[in-house]
Every structure is written in C-alpha cells, then in structure tokens.
Design a protein around this ligand. Sequence first.
Ligand code: NI
Ligand code: MN
Length: 227
Amino acid sequence: MAIKLTWFGHGCWLIETAEHKLLLDPFLNDSPTAPIKAEKVSPDFILVSHGHFDHVADVETIAKASGALVIAIFEVAQWFGNKGLGNTLGMNIGGSTKQPFGKLTMTQALHSSSLPDGSYGGEPAGFVLEAEGKRIYFACDTGLFSDMQLIGKSGLDLAVLPIGDLFTMGPHDSLAATKLLKPKQVLPAHYNTWPPIEQDAAEWANLIRGGSDAEPIVLNPGATHQL
Ligand code: NI
Ligand code: MN
C-alpha cells in the first residue's frame, strides 16, 4: 500500500496509511498558510515534536474531538494529560513504539522546547516512521547535526526537513543534512509561514538536485505526495 503525505503548511503533516490517519504538529487555525481548519481534521494519532505553539496549537481541540492518541516526549504528553486528554503516550529520544500503523522512533533534534504556558517541555524531537514498507524521517524543528548519518543508515525513502532558517536549519544546511541522511526523496517544511522564514522553494530544489542524489519534492500547502 502507498503512504500519503499532505502538507498543511508550516510543520504540520497529515500522514495516511491504508487504515490510519496520523497528524504531525497540528498548527491550523492560527497558521496563515494552513489550507484547513482544525475542526475538519479527524486523525487516529497525533504526533507532537516539541512544545512550541506553532506545533501544539490545535492538539487539544483535535484530540478531544477525535479521541486520537497523542504521542509526544514524556513531558509534553504529561502536560496534555494534565489538560484532560486521557489518551496520551509519552516516549523519549531513542525509544520506539509499535502502533497499529507501524513503528515510530523518536529521534533527537537541536532546538528548544517550552510549552505555551512556560512549562518545561523536555527535549525537542524528530520522528522516524516505518509504515507500509516505507521509512520516513521527519526532522521537525532542528539545526543540522552529524548524527543524521546514523538516522539515514538503515535507508530512508523520504526525509522531511525544515528549510526556513532563523528558527531551524536553512536551505544550505538542509543540503548538508540531505547528504548525511541519503534519502531517496526530500521534502521541505517550516518555511513561508511568515516573512522571517521566507524561502524560495525552487532555488532550494536546485540546490538539492545539484548537490545530492535525492529528489527534491516541493508541495504547496494542501498538496499531497504519495510514496
Ligand atoms: Ni519550535
Ligand atoms: Mn516551529
């Protein structure tokens, strides 16, 4: 079966396997580029990379309406549990969990992670998703780190990398990341949401094409990539 990724703008992705819907870092109602409102999304699982508002803004609304299992680092999962979400799974970096959709491993990310009310959010994270025979790395909010080569070691069909710069790595470091990860395809995220993280995606695609063996895939918010 194929796996489908729809970009909801910024760091938010809808991931559809044959039987399950996963939503990563829901930031919809207050995002200037989101093509859909939180009320319209009904996932089975919500993955949260870290506590910043542009990654957790709609978690509570969507989780309460859908009953989705919220998967996050321990501190973030506990914070949502304290807000009354009964269905959470806390994990930590290097750990993995087998779920009905496949296997999810939490990776390190070089970033920060406080929650919107100032609570400690633990460490920021990324995810490796193994589902439908594919292996996909969501770097989420991070700077470049050389251990990305370890994440790529078992082979990646796709890497989703931030390219916005300022808060995360920018286009040039995303090329360096692509060389370490060696994915078959690479998708950009976390850019063009606001002026400080504006990037030219066509220029980025040329950079990746010229400097790596990966195929760059550029989506507009609302568009879907199937693999
Ligand atoms: Ni962040
Ligand atoms: Mn962010």
